[in-house]
Ligand binder design. Structure first.
Ligand SMILES: [Fe+2]
Ligand SMILES: [Fe+2]
Length: 231
């Protein structure tokens, strides 16, 4: 590879930056299980190695995206007020709608299939904890952080953003628990409809939350403070 090769350039960029600027990249990162939201500061090379995947394979998939003309507008092109609106309506409200149903479904599946060797024992508890912690986290963003950003007020912003980033790390750990308990959302043979709905819905929640953290950590927050300040 020569230094001019665009793929080489891609591999030395951070995954957070690639996710923020290349439409469709987040789906590729999710497929390869590359963490672009909480560890978005790693280069593509570093992040792929950390995950034990071949960076060449990832860059090949990313390169193919540039020919995809159907890509949506990148959130980086949105103004901050529009981005905040988008985060609230597309993600905060989606989590609030999804979690109660998923908790009910997981309770049912855990009870009915108690004896099944692949039952996701403990999933309802993790989802319930996520619901309560996410609600507090999102309420704080909506009540104090987002209004301050809309006012372009810098007072206390760095400290608040540092704390919210730490909470995003905790949310990232909860996502890993969801993957572990569901065997990466893989259904056992002959799974009933409820079990199917539970894994489809939980995988969607995981995708949404990953994207949500990414939009805040890698696009919205850096517009107001650098990644290091307040962390
Ligand atoms: Fe949020
Ligand atoms: Fe957040």
């Amino acid at each position: 590879m020569t230094p001019q090769d665009p793929s080489t350039a891609l591999r030395t960029r951070t995954v957070g930056d690639i996710a923020a600027t290349l439409p469709g990249a987040t789906a590729i990162f999710r497929k390869f299980k590359i963490d672009f939201c909480c560890n978005g500061g790693l280069t593509l090379d570093g992040a792929a190695q950390r995950r034990g995947v071949d960076p060449v394979e990832v860059e090949r998939a990313l390169d193919a995206l540039s020919t995809d003309t159907g890509a949506a507008t990148a959130p980086t092109a949105m103004g901050s007020d529009a981005l905040i609106d988008h985060i609230q309506t597309r993600y905060h409200e989606a989590h609030r709608r999804a979690l109660p149903e998923l908790i009910a479904l997981s309770r049912k599946v855990e009870a009915v299939h108690r004896e099944h060797p692949r039952v996701p024992a403990g999933l309802a508890d993790v989802l319930r904890q996520m619901e309560s912690e996410l609600e507090q986290h999102m309420a704080r963003e909506e009540a104090t952080l987002f209004p301050a950003m809309r006012r372009r007020s810098e007072e206390g912003l760095a400290v608040a953003i540092g704390e919210l980033r730490h909470e995003h790390d905790d949310q990232g750990a909860q996502l890993r628990s969801l993957e572990r308990l569901t065997d990466d959302f893989t259904l056992p043979e002959g799974a009933c409809r409820s079990w199917q709905a539970l894994y489809v819905g939980t995988a969607q929640l995981a995708d949404d939350l990953t994207e949500h953290i990414h939009l805040e950590n890698n696009i919205l927050f850096p517009r107001f403070v650098t990644a290091q300040s307040g962390a």
